[in-house]
Design a protein around this ligand. Structure first.
Ligand code: MG
Length: 286
């Protein structure tokens, strides 16, 4: 299933199912008015809510034409928005750093999440805004001290994320990692949370980023150093993972600041981040 949050006509945000990537949307709140209208609350209801969604998918009812629907980020206000750094071997190479022995964890504030077609605001505080396409997974079941062998029981699905980064703040200006990563609008997400049963193998997916149509990142999630089960096990040693938590798994090579000479985004650019089977997000910089 492709779980989405959407807006249709005058109705406020609702949750739904995309029939296929870019397809019509089944209105889950119309199918079952007892369902919550936010993805986080929906996921907090666990397997029971997913079973209702499955029935809605099979019902063939409450289908809205795509032209009437605006997709929002598939989840907004998760409890946690966690990032992994240096998680592709060749991205470590391009940055001239050793491959980490343990996952490197940092975060963004959930307030920087925007939808799959929303605009990225170029902040006046930065002149080096850079792109980073990333595979993100979403937690579906609460857990602490989760073993790798049980990790996937706690993951509901996957989505495409853009870890927009102000390099001047990340690497200069006092190495302000959190601020560099969490300016408003710095986490485009979507278009859907694709449930794990609908993904052939999340660690064998083509992943790419294009800026104004030019391919700038092109890799495969098979290149991830720490894959989803290892990240769930590592993170849950320290923190309780909760339904709706979003974890960005790191970016492949090809980011702007590693180019010679470095290249950064500018107002008017359009960034297209895409992962096989999950879909694409396309965000204009303004
Ligand atoms: Mg990143």
């Amino acid at each position: 299933m492709r779980l989405v949050q959407f807006q249709a006509s005058a109705a406020g945000p609702r949750i739904g199912l995309e029939e296929k990537d870019g397809g019509n949307v089944i209105d889950l709140n119309a199918f079952d008015p007892s369902l919550p209208k936010t993805m986080r609350e929906f996921l907090e209801r666990g397997d029971a809510a997913l079973a209702i969604a499955k029935r809605a998918q099979e019902s063939g009812q409450h289908i809205l034409p795509r032209s009437q629907v605006t997709l929002l980020a598939p989840i907004t206000k998760p409890e946690k928005l966690i990032c992994v750094g240096l998680n592709y071997a060749d991205h470590c190479q391009e940055q001239n750093v050793d491959i980490p022995k343990d996952p490197i964890i940092f975060s963004k504030f959930p307030s920087c999440i925007i939808g799959p077609c929303d605009e990225i605001i170029y902040p006046p505080e930065s002149s080096e805004v850079d792109w980073e396409v990333e595979l993100a997974f979403v937690i579906g079941k609460k857990g602490k001290h989760i073993q790798e062998s049980a990790a996937m029981d706690h993951v509901v699905g996957f989505t495409v994320a853009h870890d927009v980064t102000a390099r001047d703040w990340q690497l200069k200006n006092g190495a302000q990692w959190l601020l560099a990563k969490t300016f408003d609008t710095f986490c485009p997400l979507g278009p859907a949370i694709v449930t794990k049963d609908a993904v052939s193998d999340p660690h064998k997916l083509g992943i790419c980023c294009k800026v104004n149509g030019e391919l700038v990142q092109n890799s495969n999630t098979s290149q991830l150093i720490f894959k989803t089960p290892a990240l769930v096990a590592w993170l849950s040693r320290f923190i309780t993972l909760s339904p709706g938590d979003v974890i960005l798994t790191g970016t492949p090579p090809g980011v702007g600041f590693s180019r010679k000479p470095p290249v950064f985004l500018k107002k008017g650019d359009v960034v297209h981040c895409e992962i096989d089977e999950l879909g694409a997000i396309r965000n204009k910089v303004v």
